[in-house]
Design a protein around this ligand. Structure first.
Ligand SMILES: [Zn+2]
Length: 361
């Protein structure tokens, strides 16, 4: 076959193909197909060895011509398709600047953090400072320093998560704090040198995550507690009642009353359970002659409190003959639910991140 004719045919064939190309990607494929190192032109040029010496320069010139021709067609098509693609993109992305913007949905802080902020604020106004203590701590602060020696049965009440970590000969096992009182034990130990040197008092509130091995509709394995302590000379139960009454009136409303019921805790002596008057029946226990279904005889159980046990002060290196202290603590979630008058069927809802629920607060 005539190589010159084959070259001319290749040029015509390539021109036809390139003119029909629909996209830049297709053009790129044609470039490789016709002009690539293993492309059709290169294949034809291998046959140059078969033609006579005289004809070779003619073939060479023709091959260059065909190559140039294909390149020019590719370039022209590239320009045309390129601007068409850009235009299409521009049309697609065109913005109407008069169109109103999309406002991102506005969130708010989680209901439990709202409660923590409010509780902190109330106690700060009474001179308490919020402390921050580790939530992974030693057995010592969670139990031993709180008048619960090793093997004491009272420990069983807290279904504690122990860490798989080396045991300290001084502090015992490592654990996830089962109550916020461990933070208070740390605060007392930290403040003890200052008390010894300068005197004064300690007013601290520890609000922290607590962890227990429990989950059902009224329990979650992680929840929040606040734990307050006031250490000074001659602190009495009257002070305790005063502080609790102040908190209850600020948090729940001025018409709410507080009462203490004797109870037993290891780290306080005497110990009390705190009740507040029911907001639904106004503490009467009755609505229109019927029994109030929210409370028990007009009272709701809030939390625990008492005078700190002398052993707890001593464990923190505070002289229990000079100082006395009151302490109180209970769950943030529970307190908040009582405030809102919410009959929350399932505590776990608080941590399910369901916006339909959380948006209500
Ligand atoms: Zn009631």
């Amino acid at each position: 076959m005539d190589l010159q004719q084959l070259l001319r045919d290749l040029g015509d064939h390539a021109e036809g193909k390139i003119k029909q190309a629909q996209s830049l990607a297709e053009l790129e494929a044609f470039q490789l197909h016709f002009l690539g190192r293993k492309g059709e032109l290169a294949l034809l040029m291998k046959k140059v060895a078969e033609v006579s010496k005289e004809e070779r320069p003619i073939i060479g010139a023709l091959a260059n011509e065909v190559k140039g021709l294909i390149e020019r067609h590719l370039e022209a098509a590239h320009e045309q398709l390129g601007s068409a693609e850009i235009n299409a993109q521009l049309v697609e992305e065109q913005e109407d600047i008069t169109e109103p913007g999309i406002r991102p949905p506005e969130g708010h802080i989680h209901v439990i953090n709202q409660a923590i902020e409010e509780i902190t604020d109330i106690f700060e106004r009474a001179g308490f400072s919020r402390t921050r203590q580790p939530e992974v701590d030693w057995d010592w602060y969670a139990f031993e320093a709180l008048n619960m020696p090793k093997e004491h049965p009272a420990r069983d009440e807290w279904e504690t998560f122990f860490m798989d970590a080396p045991i300290s000969s001084k502090w015992g096992k490592m654990l996830l704090t089962p109550h916020a009182t461990s933070g208070t034990a740390r605060t007392l130990a930290q403040a003890a040198p200052r008390l010894k040197k300068e005197g004064g008092s300690i007013r601290s509130i520890n609000i922290a995550k607590t962890y227990r091995r429990q989950i059902d509709i009224t329990h979650v394995p992680m929840f929040h507690q606040f734990d307050g302590v006031y250490v000074n000379k001659q602190v009495s139960v009257t002070h305790l009642l005063g502080i609790l009454d102040y908190f209850v009136k600020e948090f729940f409303g001025q018409d709410r009353r507080t009462r203490l019921r004797p109870f037993h805790f290891r780290f306080t002596e005497p110990s009390f359970e705190i009740d507040i008057s029911c907001g639904v029946c106004n503490g009467s226990g009755k609505i229109n002659g019927e029994k109030c279904r929210t409370c028990k005889d007009g009272w709701l159980e809030l939390g625990g409190a008492g005078m700190l046990h002398p052993n707890v002060l001593e464990a923190a290196n505070i002289d229990s003959k000079t100082y006395s202290a009151l302490a109180f603590g209970w769950g943030v979630e529970r307190t908040y639910m009582m405030k809102e008058g919410l009959q929350l069927d399932d505590m776990r809802l608080l941590y399910k991140n369901d916006l339909r629920f959380l948006k209500q607060f």
